[in-house]
Design a protein around this ligand. Structure first.
Ligand code: NAD
Ligand code: DAU
Length: 352
């Protein structure tokens, strides 16, 4: 049995990953540690709450004692680190929490993993580790910065993050790299493009536009709406992470993309059409400071070396996603009650 510590497993991608893994592999047990910030939601995990191969622990990845105890108690042999502050707009107004959670939190996990997994933990020259262990850092294509009209990010593209969020993720990537280079810790880093699918918090483009459309509220498009993202269905992201856990070469970085470049305005119009609404709902608002113009992932390494490729077309994925949000109104209502409205006013009132 593999004992996987999933961090941030109550968030969007983490909760999808926990369910994906329990479903696809009978030989894994999962300990999900999540601080349950505004972005974490146990309702997203209701269907696995009673699964004997699953445990939830409320806690902070920066809490050394707690993480240490989890390693002891559950004999953790694999870490998949999703826990992070993940929203670019929030990082522009509150950068500090991004640095502490995303960088210091990752370093704390690495340090504890190193001590538990090292065959001789007190020998600083030893690079021997227990068999079958791995630390997988879930990173992002945003660490590469922005592209012009052409080109794609490969794993060797230099890091050039532009927002406090992406700078914190790049910082974490550098620490993960250093633990591999200096201590020989077996790691992988995955860098994926924009995810979409069920259970995404409606601060992000697609669920926000679906929710606003449904409520008949205006649809705030930043700047000219011609920024391009490369959309990846969350279940394709989960299968890619599983593949890297199983087959990824120690120390390697793998880019993960959906081969689905779309301008934001195209997506907004597609959602309007699918939901039978009118384009008069669109409102062009003040742009995000430092807004990256285009992201695009070159998938060649993970495709050719690990045999993974995305299975969703964007047309299929977005149709299923809209349908999911419409059918799961209760989930949306729960996450948009309370502090969400205060967040929305704070973020969007100033953009008009
Ligand atoms: P999310 O914001 O939906 O979820 C983050 C989760 O981390 C939440 O459940 C939150 O409670 C938890 N968390 C935050 N701080 C914590 C702490 N200190 N200790 C423990 N838990 C904490 O994020 P997401 O969209 O699911 O993204 C997951 C990961 O994937 C992040 O590392 C993000 O950088 C990366 N990523 C996301 C995307 C995307 O499109 N969503 C794309 C590329 C990479
Ligand atoms: O590329 C991977 C990244 O994708 C992840 O690392 C981040 O965690 C994730 O949040 C996402 O970042 P983006 O900034 O690309 O995602 P977001 O959904 O915030 O915005 C997508 C695009 O839509 C971006 O160009 C900004 C624009 N946008 C967003 C919102 C919320 C709007 O035009 N209006 C909006 O209201």
């Amino acid at each position: 049995m593999k004992n996987i510590l999933v961090t941030g497993g109550a968030g969007f991608i983490g909760s999808n990953f926990v369910k994906y893994m329990l479903n696809i592999d009978d030989n894994v047990s999962i300990i999900n540690v999540d601080l349950l910030t505004y972005a974490g939601n146990l309702q997203s995990l209701a269907e696995v709450a009673e699964n004997p191969r699953y445990r939830f622990v409320k806690g902070d990845i920066r809490d050394r004692e707690l993480i240490d105890n989890l390693f002891y108690k559950y004999h953790i042999d694999t870490v998949v680190n999703f826990a992070a502050e993940s929203h670019v707009d929030r990082s522009i107004t509150e950068p500090e929490i991004f640095l502490t959670t995303n960088i210091i939190g990752t370093q704390n996990l690495l340090d504890i993993a190193k001590r538990h997994w090292k065959v001789e933990p007190d020998n600083k020259y030893s690079r021997d580790y227990a068999a079958g262990i791995k630390f997988l850092q879930v990173s992002t294509d945003e660490v590469y910065g922005a592209l012009g009209q052409t080109g794609m990010f490969t794993e060797t593209t230099p890091l050039a993050p532009n927002s406090p969020y992406s700078a914190s993720k790049a910082g974490a990537d550098m620490v993960v790299r250093a633990y591999n280079e200096t201590f020989g810790l077996p790691v992988n880093i995955t860098r994926c493009s924009n995810n979409y699918g069920p259970y995404q918090f409606p601060e992000k483009l697609i669920p926000l536009m679906i929710n606003n459309c449904q409520q008949g509220k205006s649809l705030p498009v930043y700047g000219d709406g011609m920024q391009i993202r490369d959309w990846l269905h969350v279940s394709d992201h989960c299968s890619a992470i599983y593949r890297v856990l199983e087959k990824g070469q120690t120390g390697e970085v793998y880019n993960i993309g959906g081969n689905n470049e779309k301008a934001n305005i195209e997506i907004v119009k597609l959602i309007i059409q699918a939901m039978g609404k009118d384009e008069s709902l669109i409102s062009y608002v003040q742009d995000r400071p430092g807004h990256d113009r285009r992201y695009a992932i070159d998938n060649a390494k993970i495709t050719s070396e690990l045999g993974w490729s995305p299975s969703y077309t964007f047309e299929q994925g977005i149709a299923e996603t809209i349908e999911w949000y419409l059918k799961n109104g209760q989930w949306m209502e729960q996450v948009t009650s309370g502090s969400y409205l205060e967040y929305y006013d704070r973020m969007y009132a100033v953009r008009k």
